[in-house]
Design a protein around this ligand. Structure first.
Ligand code: SF4
Length: 359
């Protein structure tokens, strides 16, 4: 009875429960074992029989109830972080992890992005969709698109080699002539003589040197890669005439393995005009495409690494042109730090002044 009174009383420490029994009063003894609890004190081995003849001296039994451990679930920020981390470890990898090289040193973004970059990119996409550019149909990534994978890779590599210092439509024409003459495989280039190749690729810039490099590349591909092209950035960069811009493009298009951004002269110029890149530790413009690539990769999300090249190349061919950017029709001229400030270089003005003098 007394225990019933104490049952719902919160007690902070082990407590003693006292049971009284009196003669002639029917009692119910509550013990830990009867309650389904382990007894804290052992039951007496020979308990004194209860007798109706017992004296009126009350028997006192003492039971100890242990305090039940609290089952409160304490959630701390550390626990939440640990759980989230565990879930991440167990969750399937992101799709982008398959496309982007896990060993790439550029896999972590380490710098906050410039203000409004997403708005600028969105506006450039809109401008690009309203006006076609040569890169859309004649860029290196389009080379040999109808060929089997191995031949396609060689076509992209050859096209990248020919593209430096050369306009897209000139490179495209040279690749088409090589293709029409069945000279767009490592075996065929190796068999062919250098003069034939030189004549076919003319008038790409530095066509004599490029014809020689194409022959050397074909030989290396045959001897080391069974007629295919190298599959790593490092090996591609060892090929004669192949620089970082071309190697990244070939990795992206040929092997679907994104190791870095392909930065050509258009991407380099436009990123500087927009104030997206700077030399390490300064606010000065970058001076080479390689510097631009390294600076851009510090903040540009990886899903933009491949599309940024054709997007900005086309924008550079049509709106943000090298000499006289069309800032008047550019929809980001309100936020571009270089808007209406890019003047033609001094080397391009004499012609104009000569014309004016004649007039
Ligand atoms: S405002 Fe002028 S300089 Fe700036 S991105 Fe547009 S075209 Fe280029």
């Amino acid at each position: 009875m007394f225990f019933a009174l104490f049952r719902n009383t919160p007690v902070a420490s082990p407590r003693f429960i006292v049971s009284f029994s009196f003669n002639k009063i029917p009692t119910t003894r509550f013990s830990a074992s009867k309650l389904g609890m382990p007894p804290s004190l052992p039951e007496p081995e020979n308990p004194a029989p209860e007798s109706s003849n017992a004296t009126s001296v009350p028997k006192v039994r003492v039971y100890v109830r242990k305090k039940r451990p609290k089952k409160t679930l304490e959630i701390t920020p550390t626990a939440v972080e640990a759980e989230t981390r565990d879930q991440k470890l167990c969750s399937p990898p992101e799709i982008e992890d398959f496309a982007f090289g896990k060993d790439s040193s550029y896999s972590r973004l380490t710098q906050p992005p410039p203000a409004n970059w997403e708005k600028v990119l969105q506006e450039i996409r809109k401008m690009r969709s309203s006006e076609g550019a040569p890169v859309d149909s004649m860029g290196c990534e389009k080379a040999g698109s109808s060929l089997p994978p191995k031949e396609r890779r060689f076509a992209v590599l050859a096209s990248s080699l020919l593209s430096s210092q050369t306009k897209d439509h000139v490179t495209h024409g040279a690749i088409q002539r090589l293709l029409q003459n069945d000279l767009l495989t490592a075996e065929a280039i190796d068999r062919s003589d250098e003069v034939t190749i030189k004549n076919l690729i003319y008038p790409v810039g530095f066509y004599t040197r490029k014809a020689g490099n194409l022959k050397k590349i074909a030989k290396i591909c045959l001897l080391k890669y069974d007629g295919d092209i190298p599959s790593t950035l490092e090996e591609l960069l060892l090929l004669p005439g192949i620089g970082p811009k071309m190697a990244h493009l070939v990795m992206n298009v040929g092997w679907n393995n994104v190791q870095g951004i392909c930065v050509d002269t258009h991407v380099h110029r436009i990123c500087n005009r927009l104030g997206w890149v700077s030399r390490t530790g300064t606010k000065q413009r970058t001076s080479t495409p390689e510097e631009t690539r390294e600076s851009l990769q510090l903040w540009l999300p990886k899903e933009e690494w491949v599309p940024i090249n054709p997007l900005l190349v086309g924008f550079g061919q049509t709106v943000c042109t090298p000499l006289r950017p069309r800032c008047g029709v550019c929809t980001v001229n309100g936020i571009c730090p270089s808007a209406f400030k890019e003047t033609p270089s001094p080397s391009s003005t004499p012609k104009k002044s000569r014309i004016n003098k004649r007039l």
